[in-house]
Write a protein that binds this ligand. Structure first.
Ligand code: HEC
Length: 283
């Protein structure tokens, strides 16, 4: 009895120490600030993307972010898939045709440009990394296709363990990070040197960021009456990037739910089967 309580005390102390160490590490001065958790329609076991929000988010991407960032793993056609922005086939075809795609002429083999089709991916505004760096003070904007999944932040111990449980099931670290970056440009505090082409943003590592604040109130006209603010643009484009990073999220969550229901019904059936099979056996 004594040994068990000693063991319990020891392991609790250990857990506490680990937790404290984790949070101390997260508070180092150059570390990015912890993004504030936002509420997203696509969060949780029953989460779904909001189609209208994804359409607005695409608009923000196309009008603003695409000037610098590539999105080379996303095809025009995917914008009409169920569970995504769900533009109509006609809209997507027309959109693709507005882009010029580098290709090869099938007869002569020479390089040509042709209008985009559904299977083409978004072309980048810059011909190559060097051209992008030359235009942007040496900084390279990361590709946006999977950015929401490639970025996140550490919630430390023990939260990251709880985040995995079906409830609260927190998987939106990347979205909270991107939203945090877009909405937290600040004046550099006294004593912090900010170089040419750099901006102070406590949500990125080192707090020095080479991306100029891309959004401002009223920059893009929304036709559905949604507020035209930096906050709303940031939410919408972040939701859109969450979709490009995980276009099958809705299908996957629905399938997961069906599997759980199936397993539940199956377990009940197996229980009665077992009862029936063993009912005649003396025991
Ligand atoms: C003028 C060019 C430009 C525009 C427009 C732009 N970005 Fe960037 N972005 C950059 C550059 C350059 C970097 C890399 C910055 C660095 O390495 O310090 C970057 C980096 C980022 C990062 C990554 C931070 C990280 O963790 O690496 C995010 C997120 C981001 N941009 C989102 C956006 C979104 C969303 C938009 C559209 C609303 C946008 N950007 C528009 C140039 C731009």
């Amino acid at each position: 009895m004594k040994m068990t309580s000693l063991f319990k005390t020891l392991s609790l102390t250990g857990l506490l120490a680990l937790g404290l160490a984790g949070s101390a590490m997260a508070q180092e001065s150059d570390e990015p600030a912890q993004p504030v958790r936002q509420s997203w329609t696509f969060a949780g076991p029953f989460g779904k993307f909001d189609t209208a929000q994804l359409q607005r988010g695409f608009m923000v991407f196309q009008k603003v972010c695409a000037n610098c960032h590539s999105m080379k793993y996303v095809s025009f056609g995917s914008l009409s898939w169920p569970g995504g922005p769900e533009f109509s086939d006609g809209q997507v075809k027309a959109l693709a045709a507005t882009y010029q795609i580098p290709d090869i002429d099938m007869d002569s083999g020479s390089s040509i440009q042709r209008p985009g089709v559904l299977s083409d991916h978004f072309p980048w505004n810059f011909p190559n990394d060097q051209a992008a760096r030359a235009a942007l003070h040496g900084a390279l904007p990361p590709d946006m296709s999977r950015l929401e999944k490639a970025r996140g932040y550490s919630r430390g111990f023990p939260q990251f363990v709880f985040d995995m449980l079906p409830y609260p099931m927190y998987q939106e670290h990347g979205a909270d990070y991107i939203y945090g970056v877009l909405t937290h440009y600040e004046k550099a505090p006294q004593g912090v040197e900010i170089g040419d082409g750099q901006y102070y943003n406590p949500n990125v590592a080192n707090h020095k960021f080479a991306m100029p604040p891309p959004l401002s109130d009223g920059l893009i006209s929304y036709t559905d009456g949604t507020p035209q603010t930096v906050d709303q643009y940031s939410r919408d484009v972040t939701a859109f990037l969450a979709w490009t990073a995980d276009p099958h999220l809705v299908e996957r969550k629905e399938m997961g739910l069906k599997v759980i229901i199936f397993l539940f019904v199956f377990a009940i059936l197996m229980y009665f089967t077992k009862k029936k099979v063993w009912s005649d056996v003396e025991h």
